[in-house]
Design a protein around this ligand. Structure first.
Ligand code: F6P
Length: 358
């Protein structure tokens, strides 16, 4: 196979941050430097490319040595704002600045790009780079784990770790007061964080957007597990879960609405904690360091092999790469028939209605 060589490649992070992004930046840099390629980090996603001069960071093996692997967030910065195809013009309208982004990349002498992002960012850069036909490879990241084509994305397990720790802490205070503790977690429209975090933290109820629930049946379950001995009850609710009908007009957080509904039905005191961005911050857990490292190294190998418009992916315990067309069909949802859902059911967790019997 003929190897392709580049003088200079770019790397950037795009979309919401998470833990493990720096591990990927480090790996891309080390793997590219090992081939004698120069690496330039592009700051603030595409936004730094709209500055004059473009905001960049020189990435050398020296620059990424040390604590970068362990550091949370992204050393390059990132953005979820300012769609370059419909960029706010400051007068209430929008204008297309996509070609400015592309010419800034080319003006920096960048010949190929590694985009670390979710499926929205993959779609964005596919469109941005198309006019120049520039080789590029994507690395999936998101705490929501909703990027299609990969079993896991960078950042997911670090968020799950935070949920597990939160449930450990909620369980002791729940036990002292014999309360129902509801924990609302992130995940957008997918229930992965709730499901994995709930299993790890021993939740009695896990609600995901993918599975409909019934508050009366959920309350029956709570009564069932508390009837012969008053005990703490842990409930995990994904932020994307539908509001209970009785609370729809109040616009409360869905976790709070579920807590009120359970308290009213069971007579057990209930409290709600909304975990929020704590799930995105802090140092990556080891698996996210491994994902970041293997994904980063693989992305460079894909470019070197002449690959483009591909996304690196984790499948069956191995790193691989897939066509970008298979990665932008998202978002990915939890399958109610999956093994991990069956596992939660067998543990006696209430997951909602319409699932196979335990
Ligand atoms: O997509 C990651 C995520 O953290 C979601 O889980 C959450 O709904 C959203 O981003 C929060 O976005 P922001 O940081 O813009 O508030």
């Amino acid at each position: 196979m003929v190897e392709v060589s580049f003088k200079k490649i770019g790397v950037l992070t795009s979309g919401g941050d998470c833990a493990g992004l720096n591990a990927a930046i480090r790996a891309v840099t080390a793997a590219a430097a090992g081939r004698g390629w120069e690496v330039v980090g592009l700051r603030k996603g595409h936004l730094g490319l709209l500055e004059t001069p473009p905001e960049v960071m020189e990435l050398t093996e020296d620059a990424v040595r040390g604590d970068l692997l362990r550091a949370g967030g992204t050393v390059l910065g990132t953005t979820t704002k300012g769609d370059p195809f419909a960029y706010p013009d400051g007068k209430g309208g929008v204008r297309d600045r996509s070609l400015e982004v592309l010419s800034a990349i080319q003006g920096l002498g960048i010949e190929a790009l590694v985009v670390i992002g979710g499926d929205g960012s993959m779609r964005l850069f596919d469109r941005l780079l198309a006019p120049a036909n520039m080789p590029w490879v994507g690395i999936p990241k998101t705490i929501d784990n909703d990027v299609p084509g990969t079993e896991f994305a960078i950042g997911f397990f670090s968020a799950v770790e935070v949920v597990g720790i939160a449930l450990d802490r909620l369980s002791t205070t729940a036990a002292s007061h014999r309360r129902i503790m509801v924990l609302e977690v992130m995940g957008r429209d997918s229930g992965y964080i709730a499901l994995y975090g709930g299993i790890a933290g021993g939740a009695d109820v896990i609600l995901m957007p993918e599975v409909p629930y019934d508050l009366d049946r959920m309350a029956d379950h709570v009564r069932h597990i508390t009837h012969d001995r008053p005990s703490p009850v842990l409930v995990v609710v994904a932020e994307g879960v539908a509001q209970p009908a009785e609370e729809r007009r109040k616009k409360a957080n869905v976790g709070l609405a579920i807590a009120r509904g359970l308290e009213a039905r069971t007579g057990i005191d209930a409290r709600c904690t909304v975990l929020g961005h704590v799930q995105r911050g802090g140092a990556p857990v080891v698996f996210d360091r491994i994902l970041g490292s293997t994904f980063g190294a693989r992305a460079v190998s894909v470019l070197a092999a002449g690959g483009t418009k591909r996304m690196v992916a984790w499948r069956g315990g191995l790193v691989t790469d897939i066509p970008m067309t298979d990665a932008v069909t998202g978002p990915k949802f939890v399958s109610p028939d999956s093994q991990i859902v069956r596992t939660a059911r067998r543990l006696g967790t209430y997951l909602g209605e319409g699932l196979e019997p335990r």
